[in-house]
Design a protein around this ligand. Sequence first.
Ligand code: ADP
Length: 275
Amino acid sequence: MRTTLKNCQRIVIKVGTSTLMYPNGNVNLRTIEKLAMVLSDLCNEGKEVVLVSSGAIGVGCHKLQLATRPTTIPEQQAIAAVGQSELMHIYSKFFGEYGHTVGQVLLTRDVIDYPVSRKNVINTFNKLLENEIVPIVNENDTVAIEEIEHLTKFGDNDRLSAIVAEVIQADLLIMLSDIDGFYDSNPNENPDSTMFTEVNQITPELLALAGGKGSEFGTGGMLTKLNAAERILKNGGKMVLTNGNNPSTIFDIMNGDLIGTLFATKNLVKEENTR
Ligand code: ADP
């Protein structure tokens, strides 16, 4: 099954704030540059690459030299507006070093709820990819907030990346985290935990290993990653969860090496093994 990843053509890569920023709040230029190099080289190989990137608020706090992250929504939206353009500036610079152009795509849930919006989004992605431009995607934080009447927010970027993969019919979603993969318990709490190399189905038992719905770990962390994986599996796609600290492992994943946790349905595994 892993070797079939070589054939994936349209790839979405999701990167979280923990990969883009140091714990001290500074921007991790080394990792961002490596990521830009790896993704540029995949484009050179002829792959279509889409990057879903968090980090707008983190980079915004850094740019505005804020020691703590403000708590009100308007403050966070204003910081995200500063951070998003700064983040795009950094990406544009590094991708530019490797000969590639980036395009900013900011989305809200309209892409799910309104077919016309969805179509427009697909057209934009297709045109960017056709022109070998790397779309860099984030939620539109200025517009998207939690409202009952008008739900514009995706919730989290793990989910956003799964939705993007679904909308543009990507062959693979690579989710970069601060951990090597999905384990049978939290490795930061239990050093004896074992990593799953392959998961074929998201069961309640697996969800419980991620902290379980509604528990104190019920937001972010592994739960949002498993929910994203469930969405991917439902649509017959594939997802690899791996550590973002060394972006060149993306080359190894694309080469079929046993890195991170692969999420793919059993049928898909069987079907592709018989090809
Ligand atoms: P990111 O910011 O990279 O998106 P998160 O910090 O939200 O990632 O989630 C990754 C964290 O989830 C890990 O560092 C780990 O502490 C925690 N975690 C909880 N349960 C598990 C598990 N079963 N396997 C792996 N990590 C787990």
